[in-house]
Design a protein around this ligand. Structure first.
Ligand code: ATP
Length: 292
């Protein structure tokens, strides 16, 4: 896959981020996502992937994080620390790590809630929900089930489905594969690719599963210690020996295992196919709404 679009949809210029005013998480990250591109953000634990996504979507404030230098531009919006609601209205929507949905609401109610900010006519919202069910037929089967009773894979599909109800131009995905069985990961990435190909939705996704991410992306950026260590066409990066040995080999699978463990310990969804042991959805637990 290759993309030659020139005008960026999203631009991060020399972004520096601190948490709590002291922990330096990003030290000069610059990146661009062009219309129609899928860009993967790769890197090991703590490299700064989630922070980069939140810097773009204006969600650092909830984490006591802030952009201390640099500039974010999405469409006509530009600045450091943009308002997430204005970004969403302009078409930038983030799906947070941990597949957050409203655990006690049904699948359908979760989807409809994703469209609330649009104030669209009911018929339009229903038609959009139907399109989501076409993309993710598993959700149609579970339409009346409480989201908290879904498998991890179904929850990830629902979280993406809710975000799509906003009709985004750019979707930010944080570790969509985490803790999921390989077959479910493929299903989810196939849908992401299809959305991109047929509807032109651009995607910036943070992933530790570099193998899958590189296969489904146009370009990739590797972060290390809050800086961009490497970037280029995904197919070319996948062939590089250093990327192969660190991100596509044993070290990568060990990191993936640790991350899945971390998600489970936080009460996150279990591997696909098994219902989570208890309501995993932190928006309900901590009272904060999901990102969309
Ligand atoms: P992971 O895959 O483990 O989530 P990541 O690449 O997404 O890693 P970030 O979560 O962005 O990395 O973390 C970057 C750095 O910022 C790390 O050193 C991390 O400990 C720190 N950090 C992240 N979130 C916070 C927070 N809320 N408060 C303080 N420090 C944080």
């Amino acid at each position: 896959m290759s993309s030659h679009a020139t005008t960026a949809l999203l631009e991060l210029n020399d972004i520096h981020v601190d948490y709590e005013g002291i922990i330096s998480a990003l030290r000069g990250v610059s990146l661009r996502v062009a219309p129609g591109e899928i860009v993967a953000l790769l890197g090991s634990n703590g490299a700064g992937k989630t922070t980069t996504l939140k810097a773009a979507s204006g969600l650092l404030g909830a984490e006591r994080g802030a952009i201390t230098r640099g500039n974010v531009r999405f469409e006509a919006l530009s600045g450091a620390g943009l308002d997430p609601r204005r970004l969403a209205q302009a078409g930038l929507v983030q799906v947070l790590e941990g597949r957050r949905c409203f655990a006690h609401l049904s699948v359908h109610e979760n989807l409809i809630s994703g469209a609330l900010g649009r104030r669209a006519p009911r018929a339009e919202v229903s038609a959009d929900a139907e399109r989501i069910y076409t993309l993710f037929p598993r959700l149609k089967v579970r339409i009346g089930s409480a989201a908290g009773l879904l498998s991890g894979g179904e929850q990830q599909m629902l979280a993406i489905g809710r975000a799509l109800m906003v009709r985004p131009r750019l979707l930010l995905l944080d570790e969509p594969s985490i803790g999921l069985a390989p077959q479910i990961v493929e299903e989810i990435f196939d849908v992401i690719t299809e959305l991109n190909r047929t509807q032109g939705v651009s995607v910036l996704l943070a992933e530790q599963n570099a193998r899958v991410a590189l296969r489904h992306s146009h370009r990739a950026i590797v972060l290390e210690n809050g800086r961009v260590a490497l970037s280029g066409e995904a197919a070319e990066l996948a062939e590089r020996a250093d990327v192969k040995s660190f991100y596509l080999g044993h070290a990568a699978s060990e990191q993936g295992r640790l991350r899945a463990l971390k998600l489970q310990q936080r009460g996150g969804a279990s591997a696909a196919g098994e219902p989570p042991p208890r309501a995993p959805l932190s928006d309900v637990r901590d009272g904060t709404p999901p990102a969309v």
